[in-house]
Design a binder for this molecule. Structure first.
Ligand code: AMP
Length: 197
């Protein structure tokens, strides 16, 4: 089963992706985590990524498409994957379609976690207040607001792209963590999208 989790920064995609990963034995592919690993390694890519991430902007489409394509080819993705943080632009979504077609794969579902902007700002304030060691360098209210703008301008146009294809499912991301998991479970079913084989 191959799925996409879409939603603004702080919507809970990472938390839900980890739960789906366990429930369905498929792997979470988080482009944000891949980029943070590159930053930690001190590579050239990491240096470029840090500058862009700290400003709340997006990395170039080509680079991200290549990163995800290579990752999907790894053996642990054989059972399927959850894309978390990718695609983030319409060109990335189009490239993903072509890429999956070339690999003989398809998307089973695209799940949008819908959360109001005000709730996201509150959540990030709590995250900053609570995190001591694990703080992300892009975790601050100013960067979040920039990331939200980028989400509305560049990522939200992906939603009609997938609803036109009839594969977009919307969940209320303002529900509790368990409530959101339950909604997702209702969409994916116990064994896969729609409960089918
Ligand atoms: P995330 O952990 O998904 O919130 O991503 C953190 C940051 O990494 C984003 O604000 C972007 O700067 C960058 N990033 C992650 N995924 C992508 C992507 N698919 N395209 C472009 N930039 C990305």
């Amino acid at each position: 089963m191959n799925i996409i989790l879409l939603g603004p920064p702080g919507a809970g995609k990472g938390t839900q992706a980890k739960r789906i990963e366990e429930a369905h034995s498929i792997v979470q592919l988080s482009t944000g985590e891949m980029l943070r690993a590159a930053v930690a390694s001190g590579s050239e890519l990491g240096k470029e990524a840090k500058a862009i991430m700290d400003k709340g902007q997006l990395m170039p489409d080509d680079l991200m498409v290549q990163m995800i394509s290579e990752r999907i080819d790894e053996p642990d993705c054989k059972n399927g994957f959850i894309l978390d943080g990718f695609p983030r632009t319409v060109p990335q979504a189009e490239a993903l379609d072509r890429m999956l077609g070339d690999k003989g794969l398809k998307l089973d579902a695209v799940i949008e976690l819908r959360v109001a902007d005000e709730v996201l700002v509150e959540r990030i304030e709590t995250r900053i207040a609570e995190s001591v060691d694990g703080a992300r360098s892009d975790d601050n209210v100013e960067t979040l607001k920039r990331r939200l703008e980028v989400y509305h301008q560049q990522t939200a146009p992906i939603l009609p792209y997938y609803s036109d294809k009839g594969i977009l499912k919307v969940v209320d991301g303002m529900d509790s963590i368990d409530g959101v998991s339950g909604q997702i479970q209702g969409i994916l079913g116990p064994n896969g999208a729609g409960g089918g084989a």
